[in-house]
Design a protein around this ligand. Structure first.
Ligand code: MIG
Length: 714
């Protein structure tokens, strides 16, 4: 083991010889002579930490169960897992970061691209056990004087998070599958005719010809370019899907070029590895090979030239439906049972043979990547695959226009990938349990750097119910990626597919989202620029032990707290307030009804068409008027809500929303300060940069629920 000092807060422990994983951006300052902190060695690849009874363990990003990970075993091995039940250990991502909060508070990050197992008090309730599959890995210990600072120090280690264009904060409608031009126009017209705001429609695999990447089915999308243009002129962008596997088909340029240049992963016989996914038999581009990555990334231009400005990358765990070898074995197993009086165990074996075909570890162990001339077996670097597919697109975008922000979100991910794109959380199910998991996951995702993220709102698999879609919208309207997506064969779930009353409530929630965009975008961009969290557990801001077990209330940015309802047939829910707060239970975004609730436990009524928003004390919330889409957002006049005891200050951030000028500190600030001087409020407003706001309508509420209104022209 070698020990390195990264900075005053971060120590790196190097075991063996890790390949370049590109997860961290800080290089060591020098070597140290010290032993590993906090952890005890069990073996060279296994460590334990003794947790105290009250310790909370945050982290692991996209994974099952709670915000606090204690009491289960998790695995980092990116998996095409469409059933997100509490029995699962791993979803589509591998986010090897834990933040232990207690008497000792510190972070631990395992830089290793293969399987890592985290037993967080499962086998033994107070023992955190981390097991790494082989001997080449780096372990980082991240310290700092508070949860927030440790989280920030970790983000500095792994680099700045990706920022999409501003329009990507608008509402996105998706379904597998809007199969042709007419269907897409129909979706768009439904939104337009009913005056439901909309920014994006996602194209799933059916826009392609035979599921081939970077092709368009002219049978179904004859005038694709015109469709893109027509919709864009109405402020709506089409977001096509790109899959990882490249169809094996003679004459298909992507296939031919990949073969010619040796850009595909190889099997044990040095031939391109064959797997089967949507296009039938495919080869996997070797995204870990820099040249192959560059080549694939350059292909996005095909669609960008047609007016496309955003993509989603799918199937990049990579998912494998079957391989020929595994299929052959399966048939042989079945033959074994032919014409026999089967014993029941053989029958079970036969029955389970086919489900076992997909995503088999045997397959992951049977192909190779070319890393600077060295062949590396896939399972050793499995978790870097989706990561590098996303990096490939990102690099492709840079070559086309290095100053433009493209929308990119992806399914499989690993720490470090947050620099190149956002994520959606994969194939969840239309169930209240999956809504709950979504809520609890968001803060952990933020901890791992994935700020532009969100789940399939309404649920992907199975049939959504009226109440579930409403409750899910009421939460997703706060997630940076707000996308309604569902699977083919399930109940349709566009807002207009429901009865009028539901449609109206869903539309109102979308409108509320658009009224909050100023705030959401400001908080998102500040989180990115300052390495902070957009979704925060309450423990990050309040020192109140009861909050250690509050997992279903989250801070969204600095001013508000959300308390979503995630159970069926509930007219409200219990909440806990660490201090007094103002509750605005919104059904009509234009009506501001509020009440002040004291510190402590409460039951709040939340009807199906309501979204409870808590405004914290001495905080300010900025609201605008909803628009049809982000391009049409108004900046001239804004509404400022404040819950004031003595003083509140807020900086509303904005930028051009389409370029990377923000990285060069080109953005605007609207700085608002309100001071209470004996129930007369002194308001100071300052603007800098290109701030378009001219009029501010203030509503200031005090502890006694008294309201004062001011209008200020700036
Ligand atoms: O095997 O493209 O997670 O969002 O709709 C399913 C079809 C493949 C999985 C993605 C989902 C998408 C679906 N894809």
């Amino acid at each position: 083991m070698k020990v390195f000092k990264i900075n005053d807060y971060i120590t790196k422990y190097s075991f063996g010889n890790l390949i370049e994983t590109d997860t961290v951006v800080l290089k060591p300052l020098g070597e140290l002579k010290e032993n590993i902190k906090y952890f005890e060695f069990k073996k060279s690849t296994e460590f334990t930490y003794k947790m105290l009874e009250d310790d909370v363990v945050y982290g692991l990003g996209e994974n099952m169960r709670g915000l606090n990970k204690r009491g289960w075993i998790y695995e980092s091995f990116c998996t095409d897992e469409f059933s997100h039940g509490p029995n699962k250990k791993s979803l589509y991502a591998s986010h090897n970061f834990l933040l232990i909060y207690g008497e000792k508070t510190f972070g631990v990050f395992i830089d290793y691209p293969g399987r890592v197992t985290f037993d967080v008090g499962f086998k033994s309730k107070d023992i955190l056990n981390i097991k790494i599959e082989d001997e080449n890995f780096d372990l980082y210990i991240i310290e700092g004087k508070s949860l927030e600072i440790i989280a920030k120090n970790f983000r500095r280690l792994i680099g700045k998070s990706y920022a999409p264009p501003k329009w990507a904060f608008g509402y996105q409608q998706s379904r597998w599958s809007y199969e042709n031009e007419d269907v897409i126009r129909n979706v768009f017209n439904n939104f337009k005719d009913r005056d439901i705001p909309l920014d994006c429609i996602c194209l799933d695999i059916d826009y392609m010809e035979k599921f081939k990447d970077f092709t368009i089915s002219r049978e179904r999308f004859l005038k694709f370019e015109k469709l893109v243009k027509d919709l864009k002129s109405e402020g709506v962008r089409l977001i096509p899907i790109i899959d990882a596997g490249v169809k094996i088909e003679e004459g298909y340029d992507l296939y031919e070029e990949g073969i010619k240049n040796n850009f595909f992963c190889l099997d044990e016989n040095n031939k391109p590895f064959v797997a089967a996914v949507w296009p039938g038999k495919v080869h996997f581009p070797d995204f870990l090979n820099g040249e192959a990555r560059k080549w694939f990334g350059s292909k996005y231009k095909f669609l960008i030239d047609k007016g496309i400005e955003g993509f989603w990358n799918d199937m990049n765990e990579p998912a494998i439906f079957y391989s020929e070898k595994r299929l052959k074995d399966a048939f042989e197993t079945i033959k074994k049972g032919e014409d026999k009086n089967l014993d029941i165990y053989t029958f079970f074996d036969i029955r389970d043979t086919f489900p076992r075909l997909s995503n088999s570890l045997e397959d992951y162990k049977s192909f190779y990547h070319n890393l600077d001339g060295k062949l590396i077996r896939h399972d050793k670097v499995h978790n870097l695959y989706g990561y590098n597919m996303t990096k490939s697109a990102y690099e492709g975008f840079l070559d086309i226009d290095k100053n433009k922000r493209f929308l990119l979100f992806t399914r499989a991910s690993h720490i470090g990938m947050h620099r190149y794109g956002g994520i959606w959380t994969g194939d969840n199910t239309s169930s209240f349990e999956n809504l709950e998991v979504n809520i609890k996951m968001m803060a952990n995702l933020n901890l791992c750097g994935f700020i532009y993220s969100g789940a399939d709102t309404g649920g992907f698999g199975e049939n959504v119910t009226d109440d579930l879609i409403l409750r899910w919208f009421a939460f997703s309207m706060f997630t940076p990626l707000f996308r309604n997506h569902s699977s083919i064969g399930t109940r349709v779930q566009e807002p207009y597919s429901f009865e009028e009353e539901i449609e109206k409530a869903l539309t109102n929630i979308i409108k509320l989202r658009y009224s909050l965009i100023h705030y959401i975008y400001s908080e998102f961009m500040k989180a990115i620029k300052n390495d902070e969290l957009y979704f925060k557990p309450l423990t990050f801001e309040y020192k109140d032990k009861f909050l250690n077990s509050v997992e279903d209330q989250l801070l969204v940015g600095e001013s508000i707290m959300v308390t979503p309802v995630y159970k069926q047939n509930q007219n409200g829910r219990y909440i806990y307030l660490p201090e007094e707060m103002l509750l605005w239970n919104v059904s009509e975004p234009k009506e501001f009804n509020y009440k002040i609730l004291q510190k402590g436990h409460h039951y709040i009524d939340v009807k199906l068409n309501e979204v409870p928003i808590f405004l914290r004390k001495n905080k300010i919330l900025v609201l605008g008027n909803p628009s049809k889409n982000i391009d049409l957002l108004q900046y001239e006049e804004l509404n400022i809500l404040a819950f004031l005891e003595d003083k509140a200050e807020y900086i509303l951030y904005n930028d051009d929303g389409i370029t990377k000028a923000y990285e060069k500190e080109e953005f605007s600030k609207l700085n608002i300060i309100i001071i209470n001087e004996n129930e007369e409020y002194k308001i100071k407003v300052n603007k800098s940069g290109k701030c378009l706001t001219k009029k501010l309508n203030f509503t200031i509420i005090n502890k006694n629920e008294e309201k004062k209104l001011y209008i200020i022209y700036i």
